[in-house]
Design a protein around this ligand. Sequence first.
Ligand code: ZN
Length: 228
Amino acid sequence: MAEISTKPNNKALVVLSGGQDSTTCLFWAKKEFKEVYAISFNYGQKHQHETAIAQSIAERAGVSFKLMDIYFISQLATNCSLTDSSIKMDKEKPEGSFPNTFVPGRNLFFLSIAAVYARSLGIRDIVTGVSQTDFSGYPDCRDSFIKSLNVSLNLAMDEQFVLHTPLMWKDKAETWEMADNLGVFDIVRNETLTCYNGVVGDGCGHCPACLLRRKGLEMYLEKKNLKH
Ligand code: ZN
């Protein structure tokens, strides 16, 4: 509580995708900051309803929502997706599915744009749901990258941004626990979109994102049941 009251600026901007992680972070931010804003990106993702989901979650949370169109990222990433061997799993997916892809530079763009937008709103605190624990294959989810970018953004704009990563060292089970502790377990479970096949809530059940999410959920529920 003391920490909150001493913050010079009690506003935060959350990078919201409408998935489990960023939604949990949105409600974390609501608890930590007085005034919360959300920003989502249209970067040419196949599941366009992702941004609509993010918007409805923001509305439900009662926070101001901004959708930024940065379609150029998908144009930049196209070749990399096609040549990246780690994306082979997409061949097994139905037509029109969202590729389980590392989009090169995505978080670099997201957070840089978020910082410029935050600055225009007089916000210094920026929240992102990246996690090194479960997504160690994504270089731009690593703590070292976030810290480095934080320094760069401050230098770029002569600002004192703080990039918050409440999930950095949490696994999926711990993220479920956090949502539960924040009182938003059902919202996160039923209304977020994590699935690479674009199915809201518990998802398609078989894509890598669903498997990871379900494994974490089962681990958390098991732990919770053991306590009762
Ligand atoms: Zn799925």
